[in-house]
Structure formats: structure tokens, C-alpha cells
Design a protein around this ligand. Sequence first.
Ligand code: AMP
Ligand code: GLY
Length: 477
Amino acid sequence: MSGAVRQPTIGAAQGIRTPRRVLVIGGGAREHALAWRLAGEPGVEAVIAAPGNDAIGHLPGVVCRPVRPGDGPEVAALAEREGVDLAVIGPEAPLAAGVADALRAAGIATFGPSAAAARIESSKAFCREVAASAGIRMARGAAFTERAEARAFARELAREGRGVVVKADGLMAGKGVVVCGGAADAVAAIDALLGARVEHDGDAPVVVVEERLVGREASVIAVCDGTAALALPAARDHKRIGDGDTGPNTGGMGAYAPVPEMGRDVIAAIVRDFHLPALRDLARRGTPFVGALYAGLMLTADGPVLLEFNARFGDPEVQVLLPLLAAPVAPVFLAAALGRLGDAADTSTTSLRTVDEAAAVGIVLASDGYPEAPVAGDEILGLDAATATGALVFHAGTALAPDGTWRTRGGRALTVVGLGPEVATARDAAERAAARISFRGMRRRHDIALDASSAVASDAAARAAPVAPGIGGGTRA
Ligand code: AMP
Ligand code: GLY
């Protein structure tokens, strides 16, 4: 990794144990970054990735164990067999399936919320309910099971001159949201979603209909122990497949951190207004949130508004955030899992300490056909040349073939992360490394983090722009 990242210091010094054996559940680029970071920290002797992937298994100090990551009893049995001191759950599906509950029932310290607390992500209707009772600002909107009521509400928003967003209630891997051009589009989206089988809480499919917000987006993720929250720097994801925020939404095509216009004071206010009220509300319901609470925000002209909470680290956000943290994360995750965040870090501040003057930019390289119809099996060239530039290359949908070549598995294949003293230099580093990698049909963006340098001008444009229906795309000023 880059020489810009200083050796971490706190943790043991402040009395919290460093977990020696850590289980990381998942097998994407987010989990590659988590395993890389944890295995490299002082006192961590082994990371067990379940199921991991071929590249994760190549990290020093890391072994992969085949397991169905959504099967609680199977994961808990593995954790016991491996004698882990801490389990860290990466993706949303195992959280929604109750894997954290199974681990805790087996006495394993677990960084990741219970299924009940993870509903803040797995049900957009529940997220709106928590936000309403906690006084957290969200777009005007509501959840519906009745087509006629949903249509009527969408038409009402459109009549008021507002754009309309229609969302499926359940986990949709970032693809269940339709930013509509007008009332007719919204009605079509409602009909499609209420007609489709959508994973959801109740007996009938649920759609959420919301006013479309305009502004720039940012993600603020905080490590939470049920009551306290410590934020990572703000990150900005690029969700659309195409340059200039065009085409369909994806799981995320690249990210950068920090977000230059979001300094410590802004982050502190966000933790105060979004994370802490949500923690209080979930605790009051008897389902305290332990894990990474991700606030997806729209920075509107009137201040930040919540688009969604996720119950986990962002992907690709965490790939650019972990390299920026100054102190070991293993004792912080363990302390959070034990409800003792204050023992591992200074909770009188609202943020985890970061490396001075460091920024990271991650570019996602996805397989042919992503996101509509991803194709597998293409040979990936240039991986060694990319890492030789000093960049970090995290693998998601890749596999090491028997002939020793790396192949795509369909979907997001790699996140290439460049580091530098500021976003622009980190972007150059990421671009230089990504340019070394090629495969047939590779899909990527060339404008990741380009907006960071024009932040001030774009924010002024966002304030000036009216909220107008009839324009597709909600992410750009
Ligand atoms: P979500 O899964 O709710 O975060 O939505 C995914 C993406 O859809 C967000 O990152 C935004 O780009 C867009 N989006 C969701 N809700 C809204 C909204 N109310 N206004 C504008 N864009 C939105
Ligand atoms: N990058 C968006 C997410 O992880 O949900």
C-alpha cells in the first residue's frame, strides 16, 4: 500500500483488546478491502473470509472458507470452529437474513446489525418510519401497497411541480429505484413494481413514492455500538453506469473520499442530525444498531436530506475509506460489537482519526453487459502492472482459472484505488493504474472524482437549479 498511510497507533494503548482472529463474511471488493486492512493491522493474526474470493485468499494472513454467507447456523458453526474473536459482516443480504443474530446467539462478538435493526436498509418503508419518529429529514413521501393510492400521490407531487421517485421496498442491489420524468413515468413504475414480486416485509408488495430531490449526493458512514457513533470521512459514490451520470443505476461505479466541501464540522452535524437520532430510535424499539450505519444523503440547497440508510459499509465507498483511517480498525470494530466504542476511540469527537492530507479515488471495472446482462469468463490483463503503479486493486467478480489467468465472473470485477495528498492526485493515480487493466467488453467510467475539483461551482449551480419534473437523473446539479 501507499507510503502516505502512517502506521496506526491507538487501540491497545487505550485498553481495548485487538481481536486476534477475525471472520469477514462476504466475497466482494468491499470484503477484499476489509480483509486486507484487518490482516495488515498489528495484533491480528488471522482473517478468515467466508466465503471470500480467489484474490482475498491470496492476501497474506487470510484464508477463505467455503460457506453460504446467508446461512446463519452455518456461519456461526464456522466462527466457533475457527475460534474467532470478532465477526465482521460485509453485505446486506446476510444481515437481512439474521446472520448477526445467529453469531451473537453463539456468543461471537459481531460487527453488524441484527436482522431487526438491518430493516432500516432492507425495508425502505421501515426506514421512513424510523426517520419520521426520530425527526430525521427525508424527501416528502410515503409507502403504499395500493396502486390507486400510490398513483394518486405521484400525480399530486407532479401537479405541485415536483419530480417523482418510485422505489421498491426490499433489497434490490441499488437497482430498485426509478427517478421518473413525470406523472406518466411514475405511474408506469408503480404499476411495474406493484405488479412484480418484490422481496418485502408484509403480505403485499410495497412501493415508496417520493419527491425527487436535487443536489449532490454524499455518503457518511459511522461505526456504531448501539448508542455511540464515530464517522468515517464523507465519500461520494457514482451510481450511474455512464459518464456524466447517465444510464441506469448500478451498485456503484466508483467513489472518492474525502468530499472536499464536507469538513469535520459538517460531518459532526450530520452524525448529530442523522445517525444519533436513528440509533436512539432503534434502541427505543428494542433493536439497537451495532455495525456500520450508512447515511446516503442528498446535499440540497436547504441542507442535507436522507435518501436512505444502509446497514453496512458502502461498496465501493469502503475501498476508498479504509486506506484513509489513521488508527487500527480491528479494536474499534470489536469495541463497537461489545457496545464499548468509547473504550477504543475518543467518542467525545464524532469522527475516526484520518491520515493527514490523504485522499483516495476508486474506479470500478465491470464486466461486459453490466448492469443489465453481465457476462462472465473474459480474461483480465494488466493486474500486476496496475499494482506496480502503487495502486490498490480490490477484487469482486473475478476468478483465478486453472491456467493461472484471472477471469471475470460477471458484474463488478475490480475496484482500482489510487491514493494521493488530495482528490485530484489520487484520481490521477487511480486513472494511471486502471488504464493498465483491460478485458473484453470492460465497462467503466472515466469521470470518477472529476466533480471534486468543481465542487464549489456545482454547488452554486445546484442552488440555482429549480426542482423540475421531466428531467431524468437526480444525482447531478
Ligand atoms: P436509494 O437506494 O434510496 O439510495 O436510491 C438510489 C439512488 O436513487 C440514490 O443514490 C439517488 O441517486 C436516487 N434517488 C433516490 N431517492 C431519490 C430522491 N428522493 N430524489 C432524487 N434522487 C433519488
Ligand atoms: N455504493 C452504494 C452502496 O454500497 O449501497
